[in-house]
Design a protein. Structure first.
Length: 444
């Protein structure tokens, strides 16, 4: 392994991670076969353990590659965003970089102290207090007790947990957990900070604090690797991005370019694809199984005209055959580069669906105030306040923005994604004239 050049903080070469899954045994019902199986268990267990480590054929049905042939270099002070669908290999990459798991192939080199926030409360002992876990975490990152003590007050203040710092962390909410975990990781002055979905938990104010702190870390010459589904945060924080798809690198480059290519790949296109999406969350009391865009005549469309009336039709089905009450649906609109443009919900407009049949459609009608480009829609459904279904990047709609204004002239997307209805008028400069008439009255 060659020495890591002083300019670089991270070098990943040919990284791969392979797992064996699905080991299963058929069980016999006879007493004789059960006894024979028990006697043979030591040999069988040895073979099974060996199978976990020996991969004779990459094409075996029980062998999967979580990562394959991933490579990149990061200079000091770079902020790298990692994007991709669930199961693309993002978390596996960070676990290898954090030394939580070993790669099957390739190498990962890092310079200096590494701090990581992989999952909520990773590295915390549930029976210890917040204070004790701060010192434990610092020790795990190679710091002395004196070094941790020097930063302790700053960590607690950032986490906003002064009142609960001497409470066992098993009593913490998920939001309290992540606040303390991030505060510890980000304030131990790491040379490399690894964060996985740190913005998935916590309120908007804390998320902004996290982004601000990561900018400070990067601004001080340290390196950040940021895994997130929040494309807007990736776009605003990162200087570079990589896109992982099925464990391989699909793109590496300028953050907006990579995000645009990633979003183009998210086109769902048909209801059949949405109904089979496995990367969804919720208890399933109601599921969105199809999404389509229709014009004023009810015809489906892939491209809409800016300013036209569009019906967004959501096909749903409930988890049982009884009617459903208390349903709220949210549509989230993002630009192709991941900027959050709008959030639409029947909760905001005060429209109650009442009692819904087990299978049906929900329709949102709106006039599109968007410039020409590609836009990504995500869906969230709640029943009685609890999350029933959430599908990120559920559909993509292209928009032609040339007919919004009578002149058919419109700014390009670089000037902003929104088109506003407005009127210009000319009037006398009454304010200026009044100011001139009062100019000589001062001091009288």
């Amino acid at each position: 392994m060659s020495e890591l050049d002083h300019r670089f903080a991270v070098r990943v070469t040919g990284l791969g991670k392979r797992y064996r899954i699905g080991l299963r045994f058929d069980r016999e019902d006879s007493l004789f076969l059960t006894a024979a199986r028990t006697l043979a268990a030591p040999v069988r267990n040895f073979r099974n353990l060996r199978r976990l480590r020996v991969f004779s054929d990459d094409e075996e049905p029980d062998v999967i590659w979580a990562l394959r042939d991933v490579g990149f270099e990061l200079e000091r002070g770079e902020v790298l965003g990692v994007v991709g669908r669930n199961g693309a290999g993002k978390s596996t990459l960070l676990k290898i970089l954090s030394r939580v798991t070993e790669p099957t192939t390739g190498t990962a080199q890092m310079r200096g102290r590494v701090a990581s926030l992989l999952e909520i409360g990773t590295g915390f002992h549930p029976d210890l207090t917040g204070r004790e876990n701060v010192f434990l975490n610092g020790t795990m990152h190679g710091m002395t007790r004196r070094e941790v003590a020097a930063r302790f007050d700053e960590i607690v203040e950032f986490a906003e947990l002064e009142q609960f710092i001497d409470t066992q962390v098993k009593r913490y909410s998920s939001g309290m957990y992540v606040r303390l975990a991030f505060a510890v990781a980000a304030h131990l002055h790491p040379d490399v900070l690894l964060t996985d979905e740190v913005l998935a938990v916590g309120d908007a104010q804390f998320q902004q604090k996290c982004l601000g702190r990561m900018r400070e870390v990067a601004g001080s010459g340290r390196t950040v690797i940021f895994v997130s589904h929040n494309r807007s945060a990736v776009s605003s924080l990162c200087t570079r991005a990589i896109w992982l798809e099925n464990g391989r690198m699909a793109a590496d480059g300028a953050v907006d370019d990579v995000l645009a290519r990633y979003h183009e790949s998210l086109l769902v296109g048909t209801d059949a694809e949405l109904v089979h999406r496995a990367d969804r969350q919720g208890d399933g009391r109601i599921r969105i199984v199809g999404i389509s865009f229709r014009d004023s005549s009810g015809e489906r469309m892939q491209t809409a005209t800016a300013g036209s009336e569009v019906d967004i039709v959501l096909a749903y089905e409930s988890g049982n055959e009884r009617p459903v009450r208390g349903v709220s649906v949210t549509l989230i609109l993002d630009s192709a580069t991941g900027h959050r443009l709008a959030t639409i919900s029947n909760d905001f407009s005060g429209e109650d669906f009442g009692e819904l049949p087990p299978v049906g459609e929900l329709i949102c009608s709106l006039r599109l105030p968007l410039t020409g480009g590609t836009y990504v829609w995500s869906i969230k459904a709640r029943v009685g306040g609890g999350l029933a279904d959430r599908v990120m990047d559920a559909a993509v709609l292209s928009v032609d923005g040339s007919e919004f204004y009578p002149t058919r002239r419109a700014p390009d997307i670089q000037a902003g994604e929104l088109l506003l209805d407005y009127r210009w008028a000319a009037a006398e400069a009454t304010f200026a004239r009044g100011r001139e008439s009062n100019a000589g009255t001062i001091g009288r």
